[in-house]
Ligand binder design. Structure first.
Ligand code: NAD
Ligand code: DAU
Length: 339
């Protein structure tokens, strides 16, 4: 079995590569990644010498490059993680999100159609459902919740999902889609809430909380997400959407205060900054379908997962310090100066 993993030099794709190589030692894993600012070969360093692993640098929106890879490598399963993934960047530069997330997905689907595969899996997000009100904790996203997007990022991911479903219906490409809540864990790029707060706290820098920190996210330890995708590509029903989430809802302020407590730094580092435009209030997944159909349940609680994550960032300072010492500085200045 050969699995083509796009975006494997990023956060979740990288964790998925490590997970699959551990769980399916007989599989060949082919990672295709354009190595944008978010792609990091250091994330793949532990598997680079493994004969079952191969890396190819390519852009998923580059049709000729992707067709050549399919022709030469003949993957059995494709898992598409490659994307522009940061909401704040999508507010600054929407076009890049449409190119990679929509056009890139279309190229991948065309390649699957042309060369034939056993399964194409699209890694989507709960953000395609928009948001839920803060005062209705009885409401959750199910697979039937209508798509209603807020940011250019979520609009691009929703567009990709619709294309995936269209290629299933029209061309019979054997697809599945998963829509997961917020992930956290090792190799998470420090532009996102949890790694940014850990890195800033360790460097004694202010902790920029958008608005009043009341927005709620449903946090899932990344390994639980990887296991869910593994189950879907092997046992999931073709044409279906699966929500993934583990009822770990926290306000942003709760998350930041947990990190502060774990690291023993001062709450005075918290700085309330201008809110994100169009900021989604609450995400909360109902994972009943994947639980009932595939037997998936998360295994890592937030309390345990955040401890493991903080330990990873303490033990792997070089990984994230290399990132924040480079062009990340310009990004940080642009996004947070005078905010
Ligand atoms: P990430 O930004 O950490 O990694 C994205 C990876 O894709 C990088 O390695 C980057 O180099 C690569 N990439 C970007 N554009 C590319 C292109 N044109 N061609 C090839 N490679 C390209 O993202 P992530 O947080 O790991 O998210 C992975 C996927 O999971 C995305 O599709 C995202 O929408 C989805 N998702 C993320 C979360 C989350 O909490 N992070 C939750 C649900 C779903
Ligand atoms: O729900 C899944 C989504 O989760 C994925 O599809 C996205 O790819 C992923 O980036 C994530 O999106 P969010 O916008 O929820 O994640 P982010 O880490 O950017 O922000 C989490 C919350 O924290 C959000 O309410 C905004 C807030 N925030 C974020 C940053 C970076 C802050 O308060 N301060 C910050 O500096």
């Amino acid at each position: 079995m050969k699995i083509l993993v796009t975006g494997g030099a990023g956060f979740i794709g990288g964790n998925f590569v490590h997970y699959m190589m551990k769980e399916h030692k007989e599989y060949e894993i082919l990672c295709v990644d354009a190595l944008t600012y978010a792609g990091n070969m250091e994330t793949l360093a532990p598997v680079m010498d493994n004969s079952k692993f191969k890396f190819v640098k390519a852009d998923i929106a580059d049709r000729a490059a992707i067709y050549k890879i399919f022709q030469e490598e003949k993957p059995d399963i494709v898992v598409n993680f490659a994307a522009e993934s940061h909401v704040d960047r999508s507010i600054e530069e929407p076009e890049l999100f449409l190119r990679t997330n929509v056009m890139g997905t279309q190229v991948m689907l065309d390649a699957c159609r042309k060369y034939g595969i056993q399964r194409y899996h699209q890694v989507s997000t709960d953000e395609v459902y928009g948001d839920l009100p803060l005062d209705r904790t009885d409401l959750f996203f199910t697979e039937e919740t209508p798509i209603q997007t807020s940011s250019p990022y979520s609009a691009s991911k929703a567009s990709a999902d619709l294309l995936v479903q269209a290629y299933y219906r029209t061309f019979k490409v054997p697809v599945t889609i998963s829509r997961c809540s917020n992930n956290y864990g090792p190799y998470h790029f420090p532009e996102k809430l949890i790694p940014l707060m850990i890195a800033n706290a360790l460097n004694g820098k202010s902790l920029p909380v958008y608005g009043r920190g009341e927005n709620v996210r449903d946090w899932l330890y990344v390994e639980d997400h990887c296991r869910a995708i593994d189950m879907i590509v092997h046992k999931g029903t073709v044409g279906e959407v699966y929500n993934i989430g583990g009822h770990n809802e926290r306000t942003n302020l709760e998350v930041v205060k947990t990190i502060i407590r774990e690291l023993g730094v001062s709450e005075e580092l918290i700085t309330y900054v201008t809110d994100r435009a169009g900021h989604d209030l609450r995400y909360a997944i109902d994972p009943t379908k994947i639980h009932h159909e595939l037997g998936w349940l998360p295994t890592t609680t937030f309390d345990n997962g955040i401890k493991k994550t903080i330990t990873w960032y303490l033990d792997n300072r070089e990984w994230w310090e290399n990132i924040i010492s480079g062009e990340y500085q310009d990004y940080y200045e642009k996004m947070y100066h005078n905010r």
